[in-house]
Design a protein around this ligand. Structure first.
Ligand code: ZN
Length: 263
């Protein structure tokens, strides 16, 4: 059945797209023992933010849509498994990838950029330091360059400020939170009914990292991570925003997924 094309909403909507899970082979880089964790699995989610003036994708999953076999069944990449293509989930809410005006990633690691190529027609919002590492030679082993190679020629806006207000009305603000990667960032959303929400990127992975104050051993710059965490925690306190840890398997299992939305 042909889907109706999505119309711009009257106020900001947040759709959660299910990118499946990561079966983490070894938790020691997180400085956490198996016994300290509710589960060793991590969730993978990406987000479509529908604003009256355009749509923004925040992250793009781990498994590219091209990693699904034509016969059906889940797609896989490294230790990620995804139940359904991103294109199919977008179609369910009336979007094609070419309807997306803006693309930004929390950071460049493989489990966040899987479907980067789908959004080559969007304007890419990125810190220069992050883009540089994405196209470095040799490439970082922490990413899959083939999954975002089409962005090399995309219209690109370099974010130079700590707070980047995407639509100029304070409802969708990209906030610098470096450390996990050179240009790691989190996303602040002001939703009319839900209230303020911050999407974590990988500022934390497991909720226990936050509780037990553990910083992974594999950060780009651990001191920067500590400073970014302190700044985001202060911001959460000040704004009363909900904080969604994107890899928190238990929490993400409970939130509404597209076609449902938060507004
Ligand atoms: Zn991640």
């Amino acid at each position: 059945m042909a889907q109706k094309k999505a119309q711009p909403p009257k106020s900001v909507r947040l759709y959660v797209l299910d990118g499946g899970s990561l079966n983490i082979p070894d938790t020691s880089p997180y400085q956490l023992k198996k016994e300290e964790l509710a589960t060793t699995y991590m969730s993978v989610v990406s987000f479509l933010i529908a604003h009256p003036r355009g749509a923004l994708m925040w992250d793009a999953g781990a498994v590219p849509d091209t990693g699904f076999k034509p016969g059906g069944g889940p797609g896989t990449l490294r230790y990620a498994t995804s139940p359904k293509t991103l294109t199919a989930q977008l179609a369910e809410i009336g979007y094609t990838p070419s309807d997306i005006a803006y693309l930004t990633f929390s950071h460049f690691h493989w489990d966040h950029v899987g479907n980067g190529n789908l959004f080559a027609g969007a304007t890419w919002l990125v810190k220069k330091a992050e883009r540089d590492v994405m196209f470095s030679d040799p490439p970082s082993p922490r990413t899959e360059p083939a999954n975002f190679s089409a962005l090399k020629n995309s219209k690109t806006v370099f974010i130079t400020k700590d707070d980047y207000d995407v639509f100029g009305d304070g409802t969708v603000v990209i906030k610098a939170a470096p450390g996990h990667s050179p240009g790691h960032q989190v996303l602040f959303l002001k939703l009319a009914k839900t209230g303020p929400v911050v999407l974590s990127g990988d500022l934390y992975h497991y909720p226990e990292e936050r509780k037990l104050n553990k910083i992974p051993t594999t950060e780009f710059d651990a001191a920067q991570t500590a400073a970014s965490r302190a700044s985001v925690e202060a911001f959460l306190k000040k704004t009363g925003a909900q904080f969604w840890i994107q890899h928190d398997f238990t929490a993400m299992a409970k939130i509404k997924k597209a076609p449902e939305f938060y507004d």
